[in-house]
Design a protein around this ligand. Structure first.
Ligand code: NAP
Length: 377
């Protein structure tokens, strides 16, 4: 499950590569290409190449092979504008002279591959879900153009469906981040101006499974907030075990699901479904936040960015404006993670230093099993 997002990124890239090859072959093998066919071929080359190289960069960012943050350099905006201008010019020339035997073809190919890299490099941190779903939409569009070239209705329809659902998902992800697509795409270009959230300081209070048990045992309402760490430690079955123990103890249990928790849309829902946690107990962020002050305990399992209070309160934080699950309003917050490491977006989290926060250090699955065992003893 932890490798799935990277796999999805590679799949998107392969979809792009396939339509790039279809466009290339059509250009190589056909004679007397009509204006419409030439236009579709150029689009297939462009969208396919951007999807391929962009997805490879996204794969690198998700797997940690390249920095997950925004990668920017001086003059990036100008370089991008230049690439777009060259691509537009070369595209028009190739439409008029459709052949692989001219330099326009190679300029389109190289320029589009470069543009895909330049598009994804400056996007990072918490904005990644948006670019992943956008590449997903691109792969659908790429398949659609390949379908038009091959005159294959099935490919046109399935490509359009993937493209449309990718656009809808991109919109959902943008709403989840409280951003517009344009602001996500352009945010990296102003990254140099972005001030990192000021270094948070204060006392961190750690706890043990036994001490946490005494509070959980007395709790009437508990909200569990799963994040990427739950996927890494494969703790979903241990979560279910603890949930059952809490319910046997007459406690009401909720699961608060943030739309960008984990590393792919629906990541947490899939893991919790695998552990047979009833769907009705999964509550969306907008629904759980107003109830947060009535929670005795918020149990945060490997979730960091999606519960970062600086997104609400610190205008200097790169996460500022992103809706988060307001766990600080719960009476006690237990944070299960292995260390003081930051989350995917590499932003400080003041939650660790909050008066009502307690850190339960260790692997998520081990900590949850230890808590469940306390109920059995
Ligand atoms: P997160 O902010 O990335 O934090 C995950 C935390 O899990 C880490 O700080 C890590 O801390 C902890 N962890 C790792 N292994 C663990 C283990 N074995 N046991 C316990 N804890 C463990 O996660 P999140 O709150 O779910 O936020 C998701 C982030 O990913 C957001 O920034 C989002 O924008 C981004 N993203 C989401 C998607 C998507 O579609 N959902 C796609 C791409 C990117 P330790 O190392 O200290 O244990």
């Amino acid at each position: 499950m932890t490798g799935m997002p990277e796999l999805v990124a590679i799949f998107n890239g392969l979809g792009g590569a396939a339509s790039l090859l279809v466009g290339w072959t059509a250009l190589y093998a056909s004679v007397n290409i009509s204006l419409f066919s030439a236009l579709v071929i150029v689009m297939s080359l462009f969208i396919g190449s951007v999807t391929l190289s962009g997805s490879l960069v996204a794969f690198g960012k998700l797997s940690g092979k390249i920095s997950s943050g925004k990668i920017t350099f001086l003059g990036q905006k100008f370089v991008n504008l230049l690439i777009v201008a060259i691509l537009l010019g070369a595209g028009c020339m190739l439409i008029m002279e459709p052949s692989t035997n001219n330099s326009w073809f190679w300029i389109i190919l190289g320029g589009s591959l470069l543009f895909g890299i330049m598009l994804v490099l400056p996007i990072g941190g918490a904005d990644m879900p948006v670019i992943i779903s956008m590449l997903n939409a691109f792969s659908g569009l790429a398949a659609c153009t390949a379908g038009l070239i091959l005159d294959n209705n099935l490919l046109i329809v399935s490509g359009s469906l993937v493209g449309a659902s990718g656009v809808i998902l991109t919109n959902i992800m943008c709403k989840a981040m409280n951003r517009t697509l344009i602001s996500v795409l352009l945010s990296g270009f102003n990254a140099a101006k972005t001030i990192q959230g000021s270094q948070t300081q204060g006392e961190v209070k750690s706890t043990t499974a036994q001490d946490a048990y005494y509070i959980l045992e007395a709790a009437q309402r508990v909200v569990i907030i799963p994040g990427y760490g739950m996927a890494v430690s494969q703790a979903q079955h241990a979560v279910k075990e603890l949930k059952d123990k809490l319910e046997e103890n007459n406690c009401e249990v909720f699961f608060a699901i943030h739309p960008v928790a984990g590393r792919m849309p629906g990541h947490m829902n899939v893991l919790l479904a695998e552990a047979n946690i009833p769907y009705e107990q999964l509550v969306e962020m907008d629904e759980i936040n107003p109830q947060m002050s009535s929670m005795d305990v918020a149990l945060v399992i490997g979730a960091i960015d999606v519960v970062n209070p600086s997104a609400n309160s610190n205008p200097d934080s790169p996460l500022y404006g992103m809706p988060v699950i307001n766990v600080t309003e719960a009476r006690t917050v237990f944070i299960l993670k292995r260390s003081m490491n930051k989350g995917f977006s590499d932003v400080d989290n003041p939650l660790f230093y909050n008066e009502n926060s307690r850190m339960l250090f260790g692997d998520g699955k081990d900590s949850l099993s230890a808590l469940a065992n306390e109920f059995s003893d």
